[in-house]
Design a protein around this ligand. Sequence first.
Ligand SMILES: Nc1ncnc2c1ncn2[C@@H]1O[C@H](COP(=O)(O)OP(=O)(O)OP(=O)(O)O)[C@@H](O)[C@H]1O
Length: 116
Amino acid sequence: MDIIQDGERRQRLQELEEWLVDHRSEINVDGLLDMVQALVLDCNHPALRRTKNFDSFFTKYELSAQMIDECRMKPEDFIVIKTIGRGAFGEVQLVRKRSTQQVYAMKLLSKLEMVS
Ligand SMILES: Nc1ncnc2c1ncn2[C@@H]1O[C@H](COP(=O)(O)OP(=O)(O)OP(=O)(O)O)[C@@H](O)[C@H]1O
């Protein structure tokens, strides 16, 4: 990466990087990836695709959204052993990660229920 000479610019970039890695920030990397996936999914609605800007957006980001989906951790990466608990927004499962055989407790939250 180029060395940024402008101290003020460097400071702003550093602030942005801190937001990206802060798990409490709305624009952390996970949140932004969620956003891209949700936008691409929504833009693929036939009624929206009739509008040029939505169609262009979908065409531009469809492949990236697929790559994001393939690379991110997802429930299918785990084998469910059994359900061990239930909370206000979802359930907790005892799971085994397919790639490592490590056992974890996985909390599945319904984002739909959390935001409604
Ligand atoms: N890491 C864990 N290991 C074992 N059991 C767990 C673990 N996390 C949660 N559980 C079990 O799952 C139950 C529900 O957990 P959860 O965190 O969803 O509860 P909660 O805090 O009441 O829920 P919420 O955050 O949705 O209000 C717990 O009461 C516990 O029995």
